[in-house]
Design a binder for this molecule. Structure first.
Ligand code: GUN
Length: 290
């Protein structure tokens, strides 16, 4: 078994981005600038967003963090999005999900200018992804594809099972894996909560991508010998032995599954850091397009 080390790969990507930023600065141009909107006080979201802002500083991007209370009105949030759409000093921005129940996620996503949608969540960008046109590929699927590329994992003709069908991970990764290009050409099955014979389907996967949001859902009996397993899950569970009071647990039961795999990601050092690196890549692209 070999670990797919997202931490290591993301460090390499950040170095590559920093070099590009240095070139931009040397040529007298404005470096990329990312804004992030955070609504409410969910600990995990706060942590993700603060890491995204820290990443920007590390590679030399500008960054702006905009925080709202959980009870912010939809209108106020939409006004802020309109402001960011019109702000020429900002190349791209994200609205961290999930949002409180009284705010319609879709309304928010539709309000973002597709040219600044570095999360790749807008219909225009998802549509371009489906057509294989240049676009902002949403950060988690892009991070997974980059990890497979950097470890030279062959996807052509392989059976890829995607567990989970969310708009931001399951659906776009299934499209990317099936596309006719170097890191696609897989035969893809999307499995979800209503899938029958889930165990058998997972066991037939050469590449199993798990984004179902249920801790330790995938156990060893669901994994084929020699499979590549990508765990997108990251759920905080209470842990009194930690200073933070919690630990992150993936959707894959790593300890029992790891010995059956050829490659596997580890929850905190796998997909998460790659997602953040992809967001930086998209912000750099947004800056270069402007
Ligand atoms: N919530 C979980 N993942 C993401 C992401 O990639 N982008 C945003 N905006 N919210 C998220």
């Amino acid at each position: 078994m070999e670990l797919l080390d997202g931490k290591l790969c993301s460090e390499q990507i950040r170095r590559e981005i920093k070099e590009e930023v240095d070139t931009i600065k040397t040529s007298g141009k404005r470096p990329p600038h990312l804004a992030a909107i955070l609504v409410g006080d969910d600990g995990a979201s706060q942590n993700y967003v603060s890491m995204k802002v820290k990443d920007c500083e590390e590679v030399g991007f500008g960054s702006t963090l905009i925080q709202f209370d959980a009870n912010v009105s939809e209108e106020e949030l939409l006004n802020k999005i309109a402001e960011l759409n019109a702000d020429n000093t900002i190349d791209g921005f994200i609205v961290q999900l999930p949002l409180p129940d009284h705010i319609d996620d879709n309304k928010v996503i539709l309000a973002i200018d597709p040219k600044k949608d570095v999360d790749g969540f807008c219909p225009e960008n998802i549509g371009k992804l489906c057509l294989g046109l240049p676009t902002f590929v949403s950060a988690t699927p892009n991070g997974i594809m980059e990890l497979l590329r950097r470890y030279q994992i062959k996807t052509e003709g392989k059976h890829c099972v995607v567990l989970g069908r969310s708009n931001i991970v399951g659906t776009p990764i299934a499209i990317l894996m099936s596309r006719n290009n170097d890191t696609g050409n897989a035969t893809v099955t999307i499995a979800h909560s209503r899938t029958k014979n889930l165990k058998e389907i997972c066991r037939s996967a050469d590449i199993l991508i798990v984004a179902i949001g249920k801790t330790k859902f995938v156990t060893a009996d669901m994994v084929k010998e020699g499979a590549v397993v990508i765990d997108v899950g990251q759920t905080r569970v209470p842990d009194k032995s930690r200073e933070s009071g919690f630990r992150n647990v993936g959707d894959v039961d790593f300890d029992t599954v790891k010995d059956k795999c050829s490659f596997i990601t580890y929850v905190t050092g796998g997909v998460g850091p790659m997602t953040r690196a992809s967001l930086l890549q998209n912000t750099l692209i947004a800056n270069q397009r402007r």
